[in-house]
Design a protein around this ligand. Structure first.
Ligand SMILES: Nc1ncnc2c1ncn2[C@@H]1O[C@H](COP(=O)(O)OP(=O)(O)OP(=O)(O)O)[C@@H](O)[C@H]1O
Ligand SMILES: O=C(O)c1ccc[n+]([C@@H]2O[C@H](COP(=O)([O-])O)[C@@H](O)[C@H]2O)c1
Length: 233
């Protein structure tokens, strides 16, 4: 397994344009990640989107594919979009992949450039279980993408957290480095990595749920097809 750091776009025509940060397990990456991310690039004043696969998800089982396998699939998936980048910082960091640590390292590199953490509504609703979650908006804005069957919180502390920071105008993201929440409508694709792993485990095809290059890679390496699939150490 070879992990490597990529060089990121530093010659953007808008050096202070916000950077999108899309964290996930990406086990595997699929069109439910890629299509909404492209729509955010088109709709918002973002310079780029960095996909950051986590090494050890804090609140779920160890991923089925290894860090190197998940990074390889991600790189295949984003190869054709010049403003998508894979960032392997969480894969290189031992221990649980806490997002607050990731955002702190990005903030140290980027100074006052606005950072926008991209989340689906399911991940947003789980936010109070995240490590030092209230600090996330001290480091970044949040972009919350609607996900099928996953409404925004309607009560409790998260509703208050959302309402006290919620904006409607995307232009505001570029005017301050952190602290705002923008809920977004994206094309609703009811695709999940869990469903893809289940299909493959049952001997069925996952074609057309993810890029062909990723599907070819999965087949070539026999990922997810138990009992043949042995995750790389
Ligand atoms: N179909 C989708 N539409 C919108 N957002 C999505 C979709 N699938 C995943 N996301 C968002 O992408 C981020 C990373 O998700 P993740 O890598 O866990 O994918 P997943 O499909 O939810 O995986 P799993 O089924 O293994 O939990 C999360 O913020 C999640 O809300
Ligand atoms: O920081 C945390 O405590 C934390 C807890 C749960 C999830 N996350 C991050 O949220 C992102 C989506 O997680 P998941 O489990 O939906 O793939 C991914 O980047 C995780 O590292 C982060």
């Amino acid at each position: 397994m070879t992990l490597h750091s990529k060089t990121f776009a530093t010659n953007s025509p808008h050096p202070t344009a916000p950077i999108g940060i899309f964290g996930g397990t990406f086990d595997p990456v699929h069109f439910g990640h890629l299509r909404p991310a492209l729509e955010l690039l088109e709709q918002l004043p973002l310079a780029e989107i960095r996909f950051i696969p986590c090494r050890q998800p804090p609140h779920r089982q160890v991923p089925a594919a290894s860090p190197g396998q998940r990074l390889a699939m991600l790189e295949l998936a984003i190869a054709g979009e010049p403003r998508f980048f894979a960032d392997d910082r969480e894969l290189l960091r031992p221990g649980p992949s806490y997002m607050v640590d990731t955002l702190a390292s990005l903030r140290a590199e980027q100074g006052s450039v606005p950072l926008c953490l991209i989340l689906g509504t399911d991940a947003f609703r789980g936010l109070p279980k995240w490590h030092r979650w209230a600090e996330l908006t001290e480091l970044a804005h949040l972009l919350v993408m609607k996900r099928p069957g996953e409404p925004l919180p309607q009560e409790g502390e998260l509703k208050h957290f959302l309402e006290s920071r919620c904006i409607c105008d995307p232009a505001q993201l570029a005017q301050q480095p952190r602290g705002l929440i923008l809920p977004l409508e994206v094309t609703q694709l009811e695709i999940s990595a869990t469903r893809i792993r289940t299909l493959i485990g049952a001997g069925r095809s996952a074609r057309y749920l993810l890029p062909d290059a990723v599907w070819d890679d999965i087949q070539q390496k026999r990922l997810y097809s138990a009992p043949l699939f042995m995750p790389e150490k």
